[in-house]
Design a protein around this ligand. Structure first.
Ligand code: ATP
Length: 366
């Protein structure tokens, strides 16, 4: 009987619970024993009760729950080979050799590395005397399948990540609230949203709320010149009778000399224009709350396919990442997707903004 574990790792995102629910129930449907790893990679390192067998009813009601009920953590120990060896031992002890990881690019990179190292980690565990050759014989390979759980929508090769539309919805709701008070007082508001290397949330929220101006890392504004452009745009809108201004700033926004653009920088410019300006940093409310319908079905369809991918995986197939392309659930090599994602950050670092935009599959940035 196949034993499969599912875990969430890195930053939490709405829809992770729906993904865990889908994986657990699909596994049970196919006759597998299903486990949840609590507390991300920390749980793998601790083993024992952190690897809990899950029954069908254990995930009842999880579709609509925000955050991740099995917990997540950032684990420094898992970044070390010794830590991963210990984690491998804990999995073998429970008879688990397949792992579905729902997390961001860091978590998925770690997962793929774990799979590559697995045969040598197992060898070492035998040498160390933790297991005998006979005990490890059925566990010579580790199957890894990735699901992208991230509010940033920052993974290349997939149209949307689990949690991104929920965070977007929350941001739009908050900006609507802010707009109401801003209009009352004829104020300008600078709203900072999450997204370190990825401007998707800022861009989509800006379009959906009719913001005056949007700052994102991929479309860096000209250093020393953006201030005047921002003033011109806001003034033009005021001249047309607009009573408020909204500027959305992604937390990773930059100018083309790679100077960070902060909400406070933007506020100073608007004050200079004579506008009564306030800053709102949305922070962690963007992650909270229930998952929107899009994230629930995305997590469910992808969770179902993740289990199928585990069952179809062979030692020769590269670790798959379950993605979505043009409304179809697809599988792609996890390493390829991680590589492409890292290239965006590299392109930005090298001031190659056209390439950064080209690497995003989002046409509308143009
Ligand atoms: P988010 O996008 O929300 O930050 P993430 O999955 O990218 O999510 P990280 O903090 O980068 O979040 O990674 C989560 C955990 O994955 C780390 O704490 C670490 O244990 C593991 N991890 C990340 N990168 C690696 C790596 N290169 N090798 C091994 N493990 C890694």
């Amino acid at each position: 009987k196949k034993k499969i574990a599912v875990m969430t790792s890195g930053g939490d995102s709405p829809g992770m619970n729906a993904a865990v629910r889908a994986v657990v129930r699909t596994g049970i449907h196919y006759g597998c024993d299903m486990f949840a790893v609590y507390e991300g990679y920390e749980g793998l390192l601790r083993g024992g009760k952190y690897l809990k067998q899950m029954a069908w009813e254990d995930v009842r009601g999880w579709l609509s729950e925000g955050g991740t009920l099995i917990g997540t953590a950032r684990s420094m120990e898992f970044k070390k080979r010794e830590g991963r060896k210990h984690a491998a031992g804990n999995l073998i002890e429970q008879g688990i050799d397949a792992l579905v990881v729902c997390g961001g690019d860091g978590s998925l990179t770690g997962a793929d590395l774990f799979r590559h190292e697995w045969p040598s980690l197992v060898e070492e565990l035998v040498k160390d005397g933790r297991f005998t050759e006979a005990q490890v014989a059925p566990y010579r390979n580790l199957t890894i399948v990735g699901l992208v759980g991230s509010i940033d929508n920052d993974m290349s090769g997939t149209d949307s990540t689990i949690g991104a539309y929920s965070a977007l919805e929350r941001i739009c709701e908050m900006v609507d609230y802010i707009d109401a008070t801003a209009k009352s007082h004829s104020r300008a508001f600078v709203v900072e949203v999450m997204g370190r290397h990825c401007g998707w949330l800022a861009l989509m929220a800006g379009i959906a709320t009719g913001a005056d101006y949007i700052f994102i890392p991929e479309r860096a504004v000209p250093a020393g010149k953006w201030q005047q452009e921002l003033k011109d745009v806001c003034q033009r809108h005021r001249n047309k009778g607009r009573r408020n201004n909204t500027v959305i700033v992604a937390e990773g926004a930059l100018d083309d000399e790679l100077n960070p653009i902060t909400a406070d920088n933007v506020k100073d410019v608007l004050i200079d224009l004579g506008l009564d300006t306030k800053v709102t940093i949305l922070g962690h409310v963007q992650r909270g709350g229930t998952a929107v319908a899009h994230d629930r079905w995305l997590a469910t369809l992808q969770g179902v396919d993740a289990v199928r991918a585990v069952l179809e995986n062979t030692p020769e197939t590269p670790s798959p990442l379950i993605g979505t392309l043009e409304n179809k659930i697809i599988r792609m090599p996890l390493v390829e997707s991680v590589k492409l994602t890292k290239q965006v950050a590299d392109a930005i670092e090298h001031k190659d903004f056209d390439r950064a935009i080209g690497l995003r599959d989002t046409e509308f940035i143009e």
